[in-house]
Design a protein around this ligand. Structure first.
Ligand SMILES: C[S@@+](CC[C@H](N)C(=O)[O-])C[C@H]1O[C@@H](n2cnc3c(N)ncnc32)[C@H](O)[C@@H]1O
Length: 324
């Protein structure tokens, strides 16, 4: 996702003077002569913006176009393309452009995350949501839970879920199996996730208990141990890919935290509709703490949990929330 921290990221020097000049030209604000007013955005940048929106649902409003431009500049330096026009053509070219589009999406979707990012969410999951789901599923023939971390970035969220569920295996989840599907658009993040090695920034919220029980030191870093990795499966799924989204079925809980913030309303609605279809009838949806379905979907009921909120799948309901 567009990481606010990365707004300050600096680019590497351009490879050639030609590229350097071209990049300088497209990076500079376009002043209308003599007015001091910033001009309309580059048409090619707008075309790229529209392509990204079509493919991934990520929308760059005008005030974020400079960020998109900076990401394009990085890719242009990398592949030695001098102008935005050429780069735009390269992206649209099929099938060769597909690989470059994936590379650009990797630049755009940088995922800020860490282990145990939202403790109230996790407490509510463990103490309220899981017991409720187990109660509902008591009559099911299979004692199995399926969680989905949609937009999992480098894997801290799904591994956190795995550790929490493992903590329950001697209690509520005795005799249950569980799996965590972890998906993201960004291939680089998924490579990191599968490797499961993390530095001090990602692990800053870990208590000594979790650190000792679920991690192995690797030099200065920590690797998630095989037991906690075993239940997590990573795959590349674009939340805007309707065909792929249709295949995610029988999910008990979706975590889609801090992912939809840069989607516009139409893309959010499509993704939420998929989650509705993917979830079992008792299914829960967790969003980031600054996100809501207000004005997006009436197909979920807001549930107030201690210190957190979640959405539960329901038939169409009147607006407003309900307390537990
Ligand atoms: C800020 S991170 C959130 C990570 C984690 N869910 C958390 O809350 O800590 C957002 C993630 O969403 C992913 N993302 C953005 N657009 C996506 C899309 N269309 N399909 C799948 N993942 C997407 C990004 O690649 C990024 O890894």
């Amino acid at each position: 996702m567009l990481d606010p921290a990365s707004l300050t990221a600096t680019s590497k020097p351009a490879a050639t003077p030609l590229v350097r000049n071209a990049v300088r030209m497209i990076t500079a604000p376009q002043m209308r002569p003599g007015t001091g007013v910033v001009g309309p955005p580059e048409p090619d940048l707008v075309r790229i913006r529209d392509l990204i929106y079509q493919v991934a649902g990520i929308f760059h409003p005008e005030n974020k176009l400079c960020l998109l431009q900076e990401r394009c500049n990085r890719r242009m330096k990398e592949i030695q393309i001098a102008t935005l026009r050429e780069y735009c053509e390269c992206l649209i070219l099929r099938p060769a452009g597909q690989a470059e589009l994936i590379a650009l999406l990797n630049e755009i979707t940088i995922g800020e995350t860490c282990f145990f990012r939202n403790q109230p969410h996790l407490d509510a999951l463990r103490q309220i949501v899981i017991p409720r789901i187990l109660e509902t599923k008591a009559k099911f023939p299979f004692r199995r839970l399926r969680l989905w971390s949609a937009g999992c970035s480098t894997g801290e969220e799904p591994y956190t879920l795995s550790m929490l569920l493992m903590e329950e295996t001697s209690r509520r989840l005795k005799d249950w199996t569980f799996e965590i599907l972890a998906t993201d658009l960004n291939e680089r993040s998924l490579v990191h996730a599968r490797n499961a090695v993390y530095g001090s920034y990602s692990t800053r919220n870990l208590t000594a208990y979790y650190r000792l029980k679920y991690f192995i030191p690797v030099g200065e870093q920590l690797q998630v141990n095989p037991a906690a990795r075993a239940s997590v499966t990573f795959s590349r799924i674009n939340l805007s890919d309707d065909a792929r989204m249709t295949f995610m079925r029988s999910i008990d809980i979706v975590f889609c935290c801090n992912v939809l913030i840069y989607f516009d309303l139409a893309s959010k609605r499509r993704v939420i509709q998929h989650f509705y279809n993917n979830l079992l009838p008792h299914g829960y949806l967790f969003l980031g703490h600054s996100e809501s379905l207000y004005g997006v979907s009436d197909d979920f009921r807001l549930v107030h949990l201690p210190g957190a909120t979640a959405y539960v799948k329901t038939e169409r309901t009147p607006a407003g929330g309900s307390s537990i």
